[in-house]
Design a protein around this ligand. Sequence first.
Ligand code: PGA
Ligand code: ZN
Length: 431
Amino acid sequence: MAGKATITDVAARQVLDSRGNPTLAVRVWLSDGVTAEAYAPSGASTGTREAVELRDRDMAVFRGKGVLKAVAMAKGAVRSRLLGMEARHLAAVDAVLAELDQGPEPVGANTTTATSLAVARAAAESEHLPFYKFLGGGERAPLLPMPQFNVLNGGAHAKDGTDFQEYMFVPVGATSFAQALRMGAECFHALRDVLAGRGLPTSQGDEGGFAPPLAHNEDALELLCRAVEQAGYACGEDVAFALDPAASELWRDGAYHLEREGVTYSSAQMVDLWERWIGSYPIVSLEDGMAEQDWDGWRQLTERLGSRVQLVGDDIFVTNPTIFQEGVDKGIANALLVKVNQIGTLSETLQAMQIARRASYGLVISHRSGETEDTSIADLAVGTAAGQIKSGAPSRSERVAKYNRLLAIEEELGAEASFSRPFLAVAPAQA
Ligand code: PGA
Ligand code: ZN
């Protein structure tokens, strides 16, 4: 029986995410008695071409964000189509889910995401495999990812903060995940001291990073450097930076509006800004440096900076194999941000990752700003040997749950564990 278990039941429940908004938990049962559950995350600075969540839109309840319709879809249309299917044939299960989301009554990407993950979890359990091993499909040796810790939040994740959404620590000098997490946490605490020392607030944004109202976006980089040094590390050699300005959020009428600074930039000026920052600070990765609507700007960015820094496409590719392939063909970016709920199923996510590998693009597995205690992305990162993960600050349990899961996997793998160091060859600029 092992491994051939079929789906015998599917149930769903409305729960809360880390922002206090409803999201979906889906549980599946298999014929061998195994059961598993998964949760859907939810973004705030979403790409326009992302798969769409199904929400109730009843403004009197949870401000319209209820997911009882999605719960009903999981228990109804999804359940009746999945009953009897073999859980280990995830591609077939996901094809049904994708079809149901494209039908006349879409079941919602929140429904498909939670269901796809729950079925995969159950299949792993049924085959007595750790989830990461199941997801890896035996194709690659497990690899612990280099984390990007989002420690300073702005944009759509902290309205009073900087124009740019995410400033992240990357502990490039770490030699294990446990060490990387320790370095990230120490620098995070040092950053709190640096902010407090300057009389700045230390309240936290949606992803657990601090959200100080800074006069200039560039001030953030100087604060980050001070924090790294105060924690006893070398800025650039031990800990470098990654940025996700989420530039689509700044794009209006063909230009970039940096409201905090009161300036408007053309695409070329935006690339100039990134070039200057990359020359002045130890930045190893820049995600969504240009807007999803600005493919021409993206091409300029890639031509000018693609050989010097990792350029990650999030909103522009939305983990969609077709859109991403078009980007690869046009020579846009050199890395893919991977969010399962942007496309809606694990199988399509793995397909997008396959395209990235063939094109020698980097891979960064990502959480969403609205998260839960679900740790699936930690296993996804290890099993597929993606090499990098971002799950927010080393603070707040919905962020830390993924990092703690990675600690457990590293321990479980013991001598077999290897840790990704993608930026070893980079000689970062000194601040
Ligand atoms: P989101 O942000 O989850 O709000 O979309 C995360 C990101 O832009 O990477
Ligand atoms: Zn992003």
